[in-house]
Design a binder for this molecule. Structure first.
Ligand SMILES: C[S@@+](CC[C@H](N)C(=O)[O-])C[C@H]1O[C@@H](n2cnc3c(N)ncnc32)[C@H](O)[C@@H]1O
Length: 98
């Protein structure tokens, strides 16, 4: 899939529904993998660490770290889809600097 096709995939409509679809997908299909990711983050991230997420999308993983109470020094998310970055909570954060 080309970069253009990926950007089209996550264009406004998908970006708007991404978080809700992800929650359902995680619950139905990848619950264990999601739990392992959260365990990994809890073990390896602390308030001295900067987290760099490549392909951060709507920053759902930042939200997950916050809701799990995982402390971190800084979070930087990189994504080439402005629609994903600008969806929902990203509007309020530094992530909007594309
Ligand atoms: C399936 S989403 C995952 C988003 C987030 N990591 C999560 O777990 O919710 C994949 C994201 O990667 C981004 N992406 C894919 N290829 C990329 C590339 N070459 N450079 C930057 N972002 C990319 C897409 O725009 C999309 O937002």
């Amino acid at each position: 899939m080309s970069g253009k096709e990926v950007k089209q995939l996550y264009h406004v409509y998908s970006a708007r529904w991404y978080d809700a679809v992800k929650r359902l997908w995680n619950w139905l299909v990848v619950e264990q993998a999601e739990k392992e990711l959260h365990d990994f983050l809890a073990k390896n991230v602390d308030d001295n660490k900067t987290v760099l997420e490549l392909g951060c999308g709507t920053a759902a993983n930042l939200e997950a770290m916050r809701s799990l109470g995982i402390q971190f020094k800084e979070y930087r998310g990189l994504d080439f889809s402005k629609d994903m970055l600008h969806a929902q909570k990203c509007r309020q954060t530094f992530l909007c600097r594309v």
